[in-house]
Design a protein around this ligand. Structure first.
Ligand code: NAP
Ligand code: GCO
Length: 277
């Protein structure tokens, strides 16, 4: 029987994770490196790239990292050209870079709306468009998009983010539709609520030391009654980046502790003393 586990290896692959100086991107890149891939990443500022490089060095990972704004097509094209020259053809792209603005829609300016759409939806379009020609030529490739609970659900104050993540679900399906014939798979990771800097404001303790109301709410909606950890998503990222998932295409895989399957319970039923941080 073929050594099945080799299907999960990323040996010899070049993986580009956007916005990967910290948070989920750093976790994905770390998992890829530990599975044999060469890591390439970008972030929006030199300070963040330097921070990311230091993190990767601490982890024993030799990464290629540069400043690149995913909303700027020239910067992205130049970045990809430099990677192809210095590292090699990009086999795996994770469109991880993202922002969120929590503002009631009628108070949100068009500029604020466009900033979120540009990073969270147009950025993945620009980065995918930059790597697809070489993937087509190579006859293989993996694109993994960072979808979200908000690819399926709305909630107050995140109109631009939800619109972007809903659009990203359909971009995932469209890349699958157009390029699946070249042995290119485009899927998405749909995290639930994960403890990263992006969600820190939703978990901050109240002045009296009590739980943030949203923290209690999310735990009441999650069968696991906890926030996700970045480590929780590493296995799925490697799976979707590896040959083991070659016949999966156009899918959003939710990794959310059960939120999307559960109607939730009365938040007042939760005993904070029994909840995992
Ligand atoms: P994060 O902590 O905010 O990290 C996002 C990274 O992307 C940051 O380094 C950020 O830099 C960078 N970035 C922002 N704009 C950029 C641009 N124009 N070009 C290049 N890099 C840019 O986010 P996260 O929590 O790790 O989440 C990563 C992805 O997963 C995001 O797309 C997010 O929407 C999605 N997601 C997160 C969760 C969650 O619960 N955390 C759940 C579902 C989906 P700055 O520090 O300057 O912003
Ligand atoms: C919010 C959160 C969410 C998470 C994630 C959930 O304000 O509701 O930031 O949007 O980041 O996208 O899957």
């Amino acid at each position: 029987m073929q050594d099945f586990l080799k299907n999960f290896s990323l040996e010899g692959k070049v993986a580009w994770v956007t916005g990967a100086s910290y948070g989920l991107g750093l976790a994905y890149a770390t998992a890829f490196a530990q599975s044999g891939a060469t890591i390439v990443f970008n972030d929006i500022s030199k300070e963040l790239v330097d921070k990311g490089m230091a993190e990767y060095q601490k982890l024993g990972i030799e990464a290629f990292g540069e400043v690149c704004d995913v909303t700027d097509e020239k910067q992205v094209r130049d970045f990809v050209a430099k990677v192809e020259q210095k590292v090699g053809t990009i086999d795996i792209l994770v469109n991880n870079a993202g922002i969120i603005k929590r503002i009631p829609m009628i108070e949100m300016t068009v500029e604020q709306w466009n900033q979120v759409i540009d990073v969270d939806l147009t950025g993945p379009f620009i980065c995918s468009k930059a790597v697809l020609p070489a993937m087509i030529k190579k006859g293989s490739g993996k694109i993994i998009n960072a979808c979200s609970m908000m690819s399926e659900f709305g909630r107050e104050t995140v109109s631009a983010y939800a619109a972007a993540k809903g659009g990203l679900k359909m971009l995932t399906r469209n890349i699958c539709s157009e390029y699946g014939q070249y042995n290119i798979q485009c899927n998405a990771i749909g995290p639930g609520y994960i403890a990263t800097p992006q969600t820190a404001p939703l978990r901050e303790k109240q002045p009296d030391g009590s739980m943030h109301p949203f923290d209690r709410f999310i735990r009441s909606k999650t069968p696991a009654q906890r926030w996700g950890k970045t480590e929780d998503l590493m296995g799925l990222a490697v799976f979707l980046a590896s040959p083991a998932s070659d016949f999966i295409n156009g899918q959003v895989v939710y990794i959310d502790g059960g939120i999307t399957a559960y109607i939730g319970q009365d938040p007042s039923n939760l005993d904070p003393s029994k909840l995992e941080d």
